[in-house]
Design a protein around this ligand. Structure first.
Ligand code: SF4
Length: 342
């Protein structure tokens, strides 16, 4: 008598699994879910392939079971436009220290913050891997990126790889930092300067007396140096219509129409009020800091938003983020179908 080898055992188990899927999922009512026990990643793949081929969907993968939904659920391509697909943008927190200490800073940056500088080698490795995984836009943030000891090198690496936006408060454009700025390319780099209002009051209230005037001076300097500049406002609410005033003021500084980003204050870091964000409610934008990979730059010191303590390899982390986000969206679809209110 011959004994079945490991390959035969595996293939028999996969056949049994397919039969069980036909039986269990076939009897499910449309729009409902069931747990299918699995013992290995290969079996997860069997379930996934079977679902794709039969018009059903994998809702979530648990350590020992796959949650199967009877019917089709949207995939990520149909949920998000291509430019918002997690991994298309890579955010890099160059460092966490900052010359300012704004009262709503989502990552608690300040002159006293631990710098947690992202090294040049790490930047190079991340940018290379992100490019291989499909990244087409790079963003440098902090803290104040100009306080990174090798920011010109960091910018050179990034701009060689993809169009890059560097966020700055525009208040350190002097001395060696001005020379570093001047060495940066004008073509592939955009400077995104924080300016919360068209007059000093609101901006200075959050960021410190005199900061508005110095930011405006920095914008003028950057424009004279030939940089593309856009403005980022951080607001508690859009109800006041302040953005119209800011856009008008930005035009007087030579900033093109449409070069305004409006961000809500998020209840992260120093902010005691603001929008509450979670992984389930926030479209991810892959973000690297010296401490790992995070769901989104707005939560880059919030442990609940940390996806991995390892910077590299990046591609599996991007895949995991996509899968997790798809799971949240699919659960939303299922709940919406389960609780029609009228
Ligand atoms: S909000 Fe920006 S400028 Fe203000 S402390 Fe944080 S990193 Fe610095």
């Amino acid at each position: 008598m011959t004994t079945a080898g490991p390959d035969q055992v595996r293939s028999a188990r996969r056949a049994q699994l397919s039969i069980r899927l036909v039986d269990v999922v076939g009897r499910l009512a449309a729009g409902t879910t069931t747990l299918v026990p699995v013992e290995s990643p290969a079996e997860v793949e069997v379930v996934d392939t079977w679902c794709r081929g039969t018009g059903n969907s994998v809702l979530a993968v648990h350590p020992d079971a796959v949650e199967v939904y009877r019917g089709r659920l949207s995939d990520l391509d149909s949920i998000l436009p291509p430019d918002r697909m997690p991994g298309r943008r890579l955010w890099l927190y160059t460092n966490f220290h900052c010359n300012l200490a704004c009262d709503y800073c989502c990552v608690s940056s300040s002159p006293k913050a631990d710098p947690r500088v992202l090294g040049v080698d790490s930047v190079a490795a991340l940018v290379t891997e992100a490019g291989e995984a499909g990244a087409t836009e790079l963003f440098l943030t902090g803290g104040e990126p100009l306080m990174h000891p090798a920011i010109a090198e960091v910018v050179a690496i990034c701009t060689t790889a993809a169009p890059t936006v560097m966020l700055t408060n525009a208040m350190l454009f002097r001395g060696a930092r001005l020379r570093a700025l001047d060495s940066m390319p004008r073509e592939a780099l955009t400077l995104q300067v924080s300016l919360d209002s068209a007059t000093p009051d609101l901006h200075d209230r959050h960021r410190g007396a005199g900061t508005w005037a110095r930011a405006v001076e920095g914008i003028r300097t950057a424009r004279e140096m030939g940089f593309t500049v856009r403005i980022a406002m951080t607001v508690a609410s859009r109800a006041g219509g302040e953005e119209v005033e800011v856009e008008r003021f930005a035009a007087t500084l030579g900033i093109r129409p449409g070069q305004l980003v409006v961000r809500h204050i998020a209840k992260e870091g120093e902010a005691t009020q603001g929008i509450v964000l979670t992984r389930a409610t926030l479209v991810p934008e892959v973000c690297a800091t010296a401490d790992g990979i995070w769901w989104h730059p707005v939560g880059a010191t919030d442990e609940a938003m940390r996806v991995s303590a390892d910077l590299l390899p990046l591609r599996p982390t991007i895949e995991a983020i996509r899968e997790e986000y798809l799971g949240y969206r699919r659960r939303g679809d299922v709940l919406a179908a389960s609780f029609p209110c009228a």
